[in-house]
Every structure is written in C-alpha cells, then in structure tokens.
Write a protein that binds this ligand. Structure first.
Ligand SMILES: Nc1nc2c(ncn2[C@@H]2O[C@H](COP(=O)(O)OP(=O)(O)OP(=O)(O)O)[C@@H](O)[C@H]2O)c(=O)[nH]1
Ligand SMILES: [Mg+2]
Ligand SMILES: [Zn+2]
Length: 318
C-alpha cells in the first residue's frame, strides 16, 4: 500500500494490494473492453490489460500501470481521477463514458448541409454543461464564394462576440488550418458534429501520421462514404502538447438534453443577467421583470440565441 501511495501523487488507487514495482503514468489512447493501448511518459505506445477492479476506461484517461514482467501485456493498476468526462446515454438511458479529461470541444459544421443555429446552440450548451469549453469550426470553407462567406460570417458573428472561437477553414484546400492547429495546441480536444462535415478529414490533415489509423477505423455504410466507427485518441505533436480525438461516438451529442433548470446557465451570455431576474426560478420565457429578456430587448443578447434557448427549454421539459 505504501508503495502504491509513493508511486501515485494524486491517484486514488482502486485497490488495496501492495505491489513490488513502482507504477508509471500513462495516457489511454484507445480502449477495447479490458484491453487498451496507452502512451507512456516517453511517448511510446504500450498494450495493457486492465485489472478487474479498475472501472471501465476510455481514451483520454490517465492511469498508473505496470510494465509486463513476463508476456507482452502491461497491467493498468489504477485510474487517476478525471477532470472531465464525456459520456453518452445508451438507448436504455445508461451513461457510457466516451472520452476523459477533455478541455475543448470543437463543433464542426460545414456550409452544406447548412446546420441550424438551434443545433449549434444545443452542441454549445451541452459542452458548457459538461464543463468543457466549446468552439466552432466551419469546414469546407473553400466551397464558399465571397458573398456566401460574408453571409456565413455574419450569421455566426454573435458566437465570436460572446467569446467562442470561430474558425473558418478547409481540410480540402488546407486554408486556415494553422488557426485550427493553434486553437488545439496544448488542449485535450474532441471534434464533434454531424456525419460528413469533415472531422476525420481535418484530423488527417492536422496529423498526417494518423492517416492509416483513421482508415482502419472506418467502415462502409453503403452510402458511398466511410464513416468513423469507433473513437480513437490521436496525440498531438510533442511541442504542442495535448491530444485530439476524432470520435463518432458523439455524433448525436448535439441532441442531448441539458436538464431544464440548468439550461439558461449554459447560455454563457445569459449568466450576468440571470442574477437580476425578479424570480429566482425564472425560466426567462414568460415571467415579469426578467433581466435576460430585458437584455434581449436592449440588444445585449442575440434574439436568435434566446429563441433557441426557448426551443431547447421546451424540448427538455420531460
Ligand atoms: N469540399 C470539401 N469536402 C470536404 C472537406 N473536408 C472533408 N470533405 C469531404 O466530406 C466528406 C466527409 O468527410 P469525413 O472527414 O469523412 O467526415 P466526418 O465528419 O469524419 O464523418 P463521420 O465519420 O461520418 O462522422 C468526404 O467526402 C470528404 O472528402 C473540405 O474541406 N472541403
Ligand atoms: Mg469520421
Ligand atoms: Zn429571467
């Protein structure tokens, strides 16, 4: 036990049995049942089995592990407490973890099919609710002529105004990918968004070395394109730190419902006003003396954001 404690500065060992060798830190790159791949502190990929008393692990998890004494597999001994956890509800409503320790969720959209702002607001609210900063990436920007580009920039301007990163780029032409690279640097990030917006294409452009891995993770859906079928974690270049996940597991992430009473706070520009509403449990929809509605009237909050808030509020009623 004491050896375990000396090996883990911040870890809560998930078991009480003493171990002879000191554990090492590792970052889970991909996880399949009780087997996983992790990146060790030297950047080397290691295959490990997971002790049965360690909870289910996902990419992005930080763990303590022991190298193999005999045989090929190391052993994951314990999970280091997670800062954040992205989980998705299964059809039966049980939450399944998808990725851990993320601090940036980039919502990827494309000119076609044009996403609804309500959908974007749902993605953003869900990210805020998880405590993970979101940003917006408009991919396939090379498809836009000057007028269309200006129109889309105007349509999304209010997101930049409330502080969300807004990056127009193209995986196809490579245009502005350095801005995306900069936004990702040092962060543990995930690309989310509808199928076909270009998440895998962006990942491959940013990290050409993962090309084969992405190919291996794709399957054919009979729709004439390859759709990523399981999440994997791609370490960014050493100098930049952080990592990037291209995950299909969260394609429907934007459709999750933040609990109704929590929703207003996930619209970050509402926050300074909420405190001034007459009623503490104000829904900001119909009550008198609502400071959020007043801010909309004054032009401090985008009318469209308020409309989308109202729509999401009604959807999350049940
Ligand atoms: N014109 C254009 N097409 C692009 C661009 N990026 C990706 N595409 C195309 O869009 C289609 C979908 O790209 P993917 O990268 O597979 O999309 P995805 O978001 O990973 O999709 P899922 O894995 O199904 O969630 C492919 O045919 C790409 O070639 C771009 O910048 N411009
Ligand atoms: Mg994909
Ligand atoms: Zn109010």
């Amino acid at each position: 036990m004491s050896q375990n404690r000396s090996a883990g500065r911040t870890s809560r060992p998930s078991h009480k049995r003493g171990k002879k060798s000191a554990t090492h830190d590792g970052l889970v790159i991909s996880s399949h049942g009780r087997r996983l791949k992790l990146r060790d502190v030297k950047g080397k990929t290691r295959r490990c089995a997971v002790r049965s008393d360690v909870p289910p692990l996902v990419c992005g998890d930080r763990v303590r592990w022991l190298p193999a004494e005999t045989g090929r597999l190391g052993v994951v001994e314990s999970l280091i407490p997670r800062d954040t956890l992205l989980a998705r509800p299964s059809p039966s409503g049980v939450l399944r973890p998808v990725a851990a320790n993320l601090d940036l969720i980039l919502v990827v959209i494309a000119p076609q099919p044009q996403p609804s702002l309500k959908e974007i607001d749902s993605y953003l609210a869900n990210a805020e609710y998880l405590g993970i900063s979101p940003g917006l990436v408009v991919n396939k920007a090379e498809l836009l002529d000057e007028t269309e580009r200006a129109a889309l920039e105007a349509r999304y301007a209010h997101y930049a105004a409330i502080g969300y990163p807004l990056i127009f780029c193209s995986a196809y032409s490579g245009d502005n990918l350095n801005a995306l690279q900069q936004a990702l640097a040092g962060h543990c990030s995930i690309l989310v968004g509808q199928s076909g917006v270009g998440k895998s294409s962006l990942t491959m452009r940013l990290l050409p070395e993962v090309k084969t891995a992405v190919g291996a993770l794709s399957d054919y859906h009979g729709l004439g394109r390859h759709t990523t079928s399981s999440g994997s974690l791609y370490p960014l270049h050493e100098a930049e730190g952080g990592f990037l996940i291209d995950s299909p597991g969260v394609r429907d992430f934007g459709l999750w419902h933040v609990p109704q009473r929590e929703l207003a706070r996930q619209f970050i520009e509402f926050r300074p006003h909420i405190i001034n509403c007459r009623f503490r449990d104000c829904s900001h929809l119909t009550e008198p003396d609502c400071a959020v509605q007043a801010a909309v009237e004054e032009g401090l909050i985008s009318r469209e954001r308020m409309e989308n808030y109202a729509a999401l509020w009604k959807e999350s009623e049940n």
